[in-house]
Design a protein around this ligand. Structure first.
Ligand SMILES: [Zn+2]
Length: 534
């Protein structure tokens, strides 16, 4: 079977999308999820273009991946300066990533109007930059920016740019439809020409944008014309109308076109991975999303259901289980018994068949109320522990109270009082904070760290709130997603309530309770943030 490589750029191009923002620790969680799915290349970003990226590459240095290579992204050198004198390129080759992805100009319009570089100098910039990275033992992916627009204007020069990258030693040249302007027929024709000339010497890739809603179609057309790498993002996130959606590209390549992309058991993680990235980005998963949406294989109406019962092929384009989705419209992929058992195993929790059955029912019931556990691994684990009988409560709540006072001079003050029982002892604590959640956190910590001092070091790194409109019938429901870290590992918890403070409290308590549970030495329950230095 012929292989096609998947190149994910969710963490770089995808982050250009409106409202997209992930912390370094969250990006590491995405890297791990993509690696588990079997993606071949993960573009992490520009090394040290800002402190967040620097932190990310630092964290990635301590991580071993199973299937993926990390790619660092940068540009060809500045004009009129040697590659080795270009600070950005030097930073790029000194990063931990084994692959450097270099983007460069291909379209004369950009050379004239944007960079004001001659065609000859542009070719020299490509050769120098690629060979500089090769000289530092990096594999080089060359992203030919605006390739299809350049091809339309001047195919000879567009091809010259690719030849320059090959001369410099690039292992891959990727044809970018940066403006998303091109339609599949043209993508196929141009790609076929490139493959005919360079396909023996270099792998050809496709990087499509979705402005004409052809991101996926263009990617598939390019592969059918001989491209062997597809760049895209999970769920098609990205600037303007987004990038090619790898979540749709992958099953089409593998299940419909017969290419070898990822092992079948990893392809089953597709639905889970797509929803995980949505949840982490604080986006509501699209129920109508092809392959992975809740409705993708839902059947309504008598004739469809009867057809499905007679033969699933009557109304289904493929077997939903192959991509980790379900015909039965389970509330989520987590509510299957198999996935509950495997998640428990991963966390080192012993769960017998009865407990697993109860956990499934509990997940279904809670998901109906707005709990979605894809990005809340720690809350999910606590749920399993409760059913397995291995849950240790941290404290017993008697009550809490929060007061927020707004003054005429504009000042706002918040104070929280909690009354809890810990180890047979009653604690009453009051704390001030910069908001109700912060005040509650401080008050609770001051009570519990008396007996459990290690819980003082837990940091709340991220707090996200979403109003779930799917529950409008019963009044708006607030969901809070909280990411915590002890400096070594990170975990996610959630809370759901009509009251935002109660939802926050639930997520906060679960965060601390999770850290309090005894950990099985062999368990891989949380996402290691780093193993560097320890
Ligand atoms: Zn792009």
């Amino acid at each position: 079977m012929t292989s096609v490589h998947l190149y994910d750029t969710t963490l770089r191009d995808g982050m250009q999308g409106q409202g997209m923002s992930l912390s370094a620790a969250e990006k590491v969680r995405v890297v791990r999820a993509l690696d588990r799915l079997g993606v071949h290349f993960i573009e992490a970003g520009f090394p040290s273009s800002n402190p967040k990226e620097e932190e990310l590459f630092g964290l990635l240095a301590g991580i071993e991946l199973e299937t993926a290579d990390v790619c660092a992204f940068g540009m060809t050198r500045r004009r009129g300066a040697a590659a080795e004198e270009d600070d950005a390129l030097r930073t790029l080759v000194s990063s931990v990533a084994p692959v450097c992805t270099l983007v460069g100009k291909t379209w004369a319009l950009h050379l004239e109007k944007v960079t004001r570089v001659s065609k000859e100098e542009n070719l020299a910039m490509i050769i120098d930059s690629v060979s500089f990275c090769r000289g530092h033992d990096k594999r080089v992916v060359y992203d030919a920016e605006h390739f299809f627009d350049g091809w339309r204007d001047d195919p000879g020069y567009a091809m010259e740019c690719l030849r320059a990258a090959v001369t410099g030693g690039a292992g891959n040249v990727t044809l970018c439809d940066t403006n998303g302007a091109t339609l599949p027929g043209e993508v196929a024709a141009a790609t076929a020409s490139v493959v005919a000339e360079l396909g023996e010497r270099v792998q050809v890739g496709i990087h499509a944008h979705n402005d004409a809603e052809c991101g996926v179609a263009n990617s598939l057309a390019a592969v059918e014309a001989g491209a062997r790498m597809v760049q895209g993002t999970i769920n098609g996130v990205g600037e303007r109308c987004g990038n090619a959606n790898l979540v749709s590209v992958l099953p089409a390549l593998q299940l419909k076109l017969g290419f070898d992309c990822v092992p079948a058991d990893r392809l089953k993680l597709l639905t889970e991975t797509a929803h995980f990235v949505d949840e982490l980005c604080n986006l509501a998963p699209d129920h109508d999303q092809p392959y992975v949406g809740r409705n993708a294989f839902a059947h309504k109406g008598g004739m469809h259901v009867a057809g499905i019962q007679a033969d699933v092929r009557t109304f289904e384009h493929l077997d939903p289980e192959l991509v980790g989705n379900s015909r039965d419209v389970l509330i989520s992929e987590l509510s299957g018994k198999g996935s509950v058992v495997s998640r428990a195993e991963r966390a080192g929790i012993e769960l017998d068949a009865d407990a697993a059955g109860r956990a499934v029912e509990r997940v279904k019931e809670r998901e109906h109320r707005g709990y979605h556990y894809e990005a809340a691994d720690a809350s999910f684990e606590l749920l399993l522990r409760r059913e397995a009988g291995s849950y240790l409560p941290l404290f017993r709540l008697e009550s809490f109270r929060v007061i927020t006072e707004k003054r005429a001079d504009g000042g706002v003050e918040t104070e929280a009082t909690i009354k809890v029982w810990i180890g047979g002892q009653r604690y009453v604590r009051t704390a001030e904070g910069n908001g109700p959640v912060n005040a509650l956190d401080k008050a609770l910590r001051s009570a519990i760290t008396d007996l459990h001092p290690h819980l003082a070091d837990i940091e709340l790194v991220n707090y996200k709130v979403r109003i779930l409109d799917e529950h409008q019938g019963t009044g708006a429901v607030t969901r809070v997603l909280l990411d915590s870290s002890d400096g070594h590992t990170g975990w996610g918890t959630l809370g759901v309530s009509e009251n935002i403070i109660e939802a926050s409290w639930e997520a906060l308590v679960e965060s601390l309770e999770y850290a309090f549970q005894p950990k099985d030495a062999g368990a891989e329950s949380t996402q290691p943030v780093t193993s560097a230095g320890d």
